[in-house]
Structures are given as C-alpha cells and as structure tokens.
Design a protein around this ligand. Structure first.
Ligand code: ZN
Length: 687
C-alpha cells in the first residue's frame, strides 16, 4: 500500500480557477450587512476572507444546538492537526503567541513587523510549513531579536521552555535544512525520513511498508484503512509498532473533549439514524477500532435525510507521504435546499452520464450506485479544513464502501460564494484573458460553469468508471492521486459542453461552457504557475492534473491549431481556436486515463505525468510571476469562522445547556484574535 488512494475528498478542485479571479474586495468591506468575501487580513501570499452562513437563523432550535455542539467538537481537534503537521508545532505556537501577547516594544520595529507576518503564516499553516507548498516559512526577523523576546517568555514560563527546547525551536525557525518540508514526494528518496510531518518516528519507509504489508490481509474484500488513525514508531527494542489515536491512546486529551461534545450533539440529532451515526463515531474514538470507523462511514453515507451534517475525524491522507494516516479535520454544515436542486438533477441522471461517457464500455459502471449529491453551507471549518478549505467534498474514501454503499458528494456554496464576492475588479482578467469578448464570457458564465464543473467532478467524475477484475486499486501508486483528479476533471470538462446540461435546465446558453474551458486552459497552461517558486516543479496533485490536461490537449490539437499560445505586445496569451475540437480532445484523454486506471497501467500513467504535468518552461514561468506580481493578488485564500454562542430566554449569552434558548452567529472576529482565542479555549494538548 503506497501513496495516495483514488477518490479522495479533495481540496479545492476548482479553487485555483476561482482564485484566479479573486481579489481584494475592499468594496465589500464597506457593506457590513453582507460580509461575505470581506477581506479580514492580508499577509505574505495569503488573504483571509469572511464567509457567512445563510439560512442559519431559519433552522430549528434543536438543529442550531446540534450545530453548536458539533462546532465545539470541531474546534477541540485543532491541536491534533498541529501536532500531526510537525512535532514541534505546538510548542512553537505557544512561544510565538506568548511573544506576541507579551510584546511591549515598538510595533513599528521592522523586526516586530516581520515577526507578526511570520506568526500569521504559522497560524495559517497550522504549523511551521506552508499549507500548500509544504515548505517551511522563512523568518524575516533576526535570531538575536527573537532570542531576546523568547528569553523573556521562558523566564515567565520556565515549566514550558528551557534552554534545550528553545534551541530546538530556534533551529526550527532559523535553520532552513531542519524539518525543511512537511510532505516530501520526490521520487527516489526515503519519503518518511525526508518529511517533517509527525506520523512516524524513528522508522524508515521500507520498515513502515513492511509493517503494513505484514498487517494487510489481501484476501479481505472489505479492508480497513490501515494506518488511518495511527502513528508508527520504533520501540527501544527495535520493533515497529503503532500508536493509535483514541481515547486513552495517542491524542487522548483532545479526543476526550471531542467525544464530550459529540455526546451533547447526539441529544439534538435530527433522527435516530443520525444519532446512530454520532454514536458510532464516538465508539470509534473510544476504541480506535478501524472496523468501527468503516461502520460509522457506512451509517454516515446512508444518512442522506438529515439537513445538518458533519465530518469529524482522521479523513484525508495528503499530509502523509505514504498516503495512509488521516489528518484530523472537521466541517459542520447543513443543506442548502434550494441550491441542492442542481446536484440532485445531476445525481438523478448519473446513469445517463455513465452510459454516454467516451470511455471503453468495459470500463463503465453498469450500475452507478447512490451518488448522493447536495449543496451545503459550512457552519464551521476546523483542523485540516481551516483556514484554507475545500470547496467540494466527496467521502468516504474507502473504495469498498464507495462501491457497496455509494458516497456523499457536496459543494460548499457559501465558500464558493465568498470567493466570488471577493473577486471583482482586481485586474486579473484584463492582464491574462486574451480579449474583451472572452472576458465578457467569463464575467457572465464562469461562476455557474465553475460550480457545475465542481458538481460534475464531485458527484459524477470520481464515482464513474470501474477497474477490471483483479486490478489493484493502488496500482498507479504515487501517480494515483494526480491521475484520479485528472479523470474527474476530464469527466466534468467533457460533459460541461454537452447539450444534456441545457436539456436538464442547468445551463441556458450552449456557449456557456466556453467560459470554463478558457479559464481551465489558461490556468493549466499559465496562471496556476503563479503559485510555484521559480525553479521548482509542479508537485501538488491537482496542479499536476490541470497541467497534464491542458498541455496534453494543446499538443494533441496542434495539427488542427485547436489551442495556441500567442504573443501580443510581448505578452503570452492562451488562444482557443476550436472549442468543439477541444471538447473531443478532452473526451479522448478521458478515455485513455480511464483505461490506465481500469487496467492499472502504471507505466502509461507515469509517462503522461512525467511528460505533461511536472516540468515548467522557465521563461513562461518568469513571465507569469512578473505579470502576476504586478497585480498584487494573494495567491492563497483562507477564512475566519463565524462565532457561535448560546443565549438564554432574555437574550443574554449563556453556556448553560439547559438555559440555551437560541444560538447566535456573529461575523465580527478578526483573524489573529480568532487564532489566539482558539489557542486559549481549545487547546487540550498544550495545557
Ligand atoms: Zn477530485
């Protein structure tokens, strides 16, 4: 079992596309009645936005209480993620926050300003590494200045910091070689020893692989997700063993708080079925038994009636170089009944899309199983989903559960809305989009086609197709994740141009799809490069997937001049000459990627990735970075959460469960104050 599995909840499938239009949105900041998309902070390559939770007021008191306790359970897991991301992250956070709150010096001092930026970056990364590039943040302040501040903190808290721990933290901050990368994916290296994440200690990659190979029962048709909730370490006697995340085990103090709030939430469940979901999750947290995680996942998948829903646990394995251990995360949400009509329509027609897909019929699913799709509004983002967050979710991850019980696919509408609200008039389209008619097309149709692209990718793309009998689902190994995202994106792109969408009432103009096509090609060929440092390769799976599709389509359309890069006044532009043919090319590539997946053709998959998805033309890269720098747009976005609190019958705030007569939601908290409050009130592993 190595590296990424297919069909993940995947982060921000279209985020880069949306990001590409996102901007400073100061106009929104002037309208306090609609804070959606308001910029609350801006530092380094980050912009922090506000999102709103439309419809919360209209929920019943029970639903609000359910959400409230689920959000409390969500916030209690924060420390787990910080520790998973790196073993020194929690002491580092304590030290940085103490320096910040105790600082009495000149706030215009450049050292202090650089420190403040660094603190904000670390809070955003849930640790010392960038959430996306996985590289360690580079401090802009001097070691001398920081040591002066830190020694004041250490004198105040000798129980927390001594000379040794301070030296380690200085090394963490100032030595670029020490814990340089959170997740290393470079072929040929020991991925465990070269990754700074905290899922392993004292073990090598071959040792971990041997450990799980021995554990794995390959004849089991319903295998558990090995390693999902465990740290692998070497004991003093040399034996490799797991430290399981559970009550009484690893992270027990945090899990205790999570469970206590889940117990409260359970009382307000919308149905016995939903109460059973919560109960099963509690049992899993109590025991750490992965069979219970699977039975929980099945109950969760099958509960499609409840309006309120949540994810809470060790879910995604992108943070683990071997793709096994889940990073802790939670998203609490509820269905947007009106917007859900869109995905319901797609789900109801899932079989039609499968039957008409341009892949070899042998690789199609004869019967597409329960793709439950809905549009939700997030009520809270936590753990690995905060402050940067996905805009679409497709769970559970276990292949056999998906095959037997289906999956839940969601689009997070209030998050995409906040991106869109933040995205007007930043000059991006003027700089990178080739001409005025294309810009108009984007203004008119990009929001809807981008959302539809996400819906198609999530509810149909990942669920489509099947493996030939006997093919190992992990056959594509390190390229599995990239190729899976490629497959889902191509499925979405191909159908976005299909007249079926007009027939279903999802689009009203046969040319609307061109908005997404243009943006997709522009992003894949050029603008996503703005997120990569000069000289580096494309590494992240979704970025690789977009580059693979765009480069492949351009090359294979060359003889017909389908897509070209043209130079206008010294600037490069993407020009699409034949949208119809481009759609055919997407269909051809989809067919090939599906073949690769269905047959487990690792060599062919690797060739595609290596040829189209990784290497960047340095001249073009430099041009994109230069033009982009000019615009002063933050390449990454994240969010602050709303604040929830109970009030009694008189409207006074109360934490007393018996007295709560309503739950209020406020959009008042700023970025750093929110982080500091979370560290104060929700830090079971640092107390
Ligand atoms: Zn995906």
């Amino acid at each position: 079992m190595s590296n990424f599995f297919d069909m993940k909840l995947h982060k921000s499938i279209a985020v880069a596309t949306i990001l590409a239009t996102a901007s400073s949105a100061m106009a929104n900041a002037l309208d306090p009645s609609n804070p959606s998309g308001t910029v609350v902070d801006r530092f380094a390559d980050i912009e922090v936005l506000r999102y709103v939770v439309p419809g919360f007021e209209n929920l019943s008191l029970n639903q609000k209480k359910l959400i409230y306790y689920l959000t409390e359970a969500a916030l209690q897991g924060r420390d787990i993620l910080w520790d998973q991301n790196g073993r020194y992250n929690l002491p580092l956070r304590q030290l940085l926050e103490e320096v910040y709150t105790g600082y009495t010096g000149d706030k215009n001092n450049p050292e202090y300003k650089a420190f403040l930026k660094y603190l904000k970056q670390v809070e955003f990364g849930n640790g010392v590494h960038h959430h996306y590039s996985m590289d360690k943040f580079v401090p802009g302040f001097s070691r001398d200045w920081f040591a002066g501040e830190a020694s004041r903190v250490a004198a105040k808290h000798p129980e927390r910091f001594n000379d040794d721990s301070l030296q380690t933290l200085y090394r963490l901050i100032f030595d670029p070689q020490f814990n340089a990368k959170r997740v290393n994916q470079a072929a040929g290296e020991d991925l465990i020893q070269t990754s700074a994440c905290n899922f392993y200690e004292g073990v090598t990659q071959p040792e971990v692989e041997a450990y799980y190979t021995a554990l794995k029962d390959t004849t089991d048709l319903t295998p558990v997700s090995y390693g999902l909730n465990a740290r692998v370490v070497k004991r003093p006697d040399g034996k490799v063993t797991e430290q399981v995340y559970r009550l009484g085990g690893y992270y027990s103090e945090a899990i205790e708080k999570i469970v206590a709030n889940l117990e409260k939430a359970k009382k307000y469940a919308e149905s016995p079925e939903q109460a059973a979901v919560i109960e099963e999750l509690i049992k899993f947290y109590r025991t750490g038994d992965l069979r219970l995680f699977d039975s929980y996942s099945i109950l969760w998948t099958e509960d499609t009636d409840s309006q309120v829903d949540f994810i809470n646990g060790f879910i995604e394995s992108y943070g683990d170089p071997l793709g096994m251990t889940g990073s802790w995360e939670s998203i609490v949400n509820f269905r947007d009944e009106k917007a859900s009509a869109r995905t319901k329509t797609l789900a109801a027609n899932a079989q039609w899309f499968e039957d008409h897909s341009p892949v070899d019929p042998r690789f199609r699913k004869p019967e597409v199983k329960g793709v439950s799709a809905k549009v939700i509004n997030a009520a809270i983002l936590a753990g690995d989903a905060y402050p940067a967050t996905p805009i679409g979710i497709n769970l559970p991850n276990a292949n056999w559960i998906r095959a037997a019980h289906g999956s839940k696919s969601v689009t997070i509408e209030n998050i995409t809305r906040a991106y869109d609200d933040a995205s007007h008039g930043d000059g991006f389209n003027e700089e990178f989009v080739i001409d005025a008619p294309t810009r108009e097309l984007l203004d008119k149709y990009l929001f809807i086609t981008d959302n539809l692209h996400t819906d198609l990718h999530e509810c149909l793309g990942h669920g489509s197709g099947r493996l030939l009998p006997g093919v190992d689902p992990d056959a594509l190994k390190a390229h599995g994740s990239t190729l899976e995202e490629t497959r889902a994106d191509l499925f979405a792109l191909y159908y976005l141009a299909d007249p079926k969408l007009i027939e279903l009432g999802l689009l009203d103009n046969p040319d609307a799809y061109k908005a997404e096509y243009y943006k997709y090609m522009l992003n894949g060929l050029m603008t996503q490069l703005m997120r990569i440092e000069p000289g580096k390769d494309v590494e992240e799976a979704h970025m690789r997937n977009r580059k693979l599709i765009a480069e492949w389509a351009m090359e294979h359309g060359k003889t017909d001049n389908v897509v070209e890069m043209v130079n206008i006044d010294g600037k490069t532009f993407v020009k699409i000459n034949d949208y119809n043919r481009l759609r055919e090319l997407f269909g051809e590539l989809l067919s090939e990627i599906q073949r690769i997946k269905s047959e487990g053709d690792y060599a062919a998959g690797e060739e595609l990735v290596e040829k189209y998805a990784v290497k960047i033309d340095p001249a073009l890269h430099k041009e994109v970075l230069d033009r982009y720098a000019h615009l002063d747009i933050a390449p990454y976005k994240g969010f602050v959460n709303p604040v929830y609190y109970g009030v009694d019958a008189q409207g006074n705030p109360t934490a007393d469960e018996e007295k709560i007569a309503d739950i209020r939601v406020e959009y008042t908290e700023d970025y750093l104050p929110q982080m500091l409050r979370y560290s104060r009130d929700y830090s079971p592993l640092t107390k």
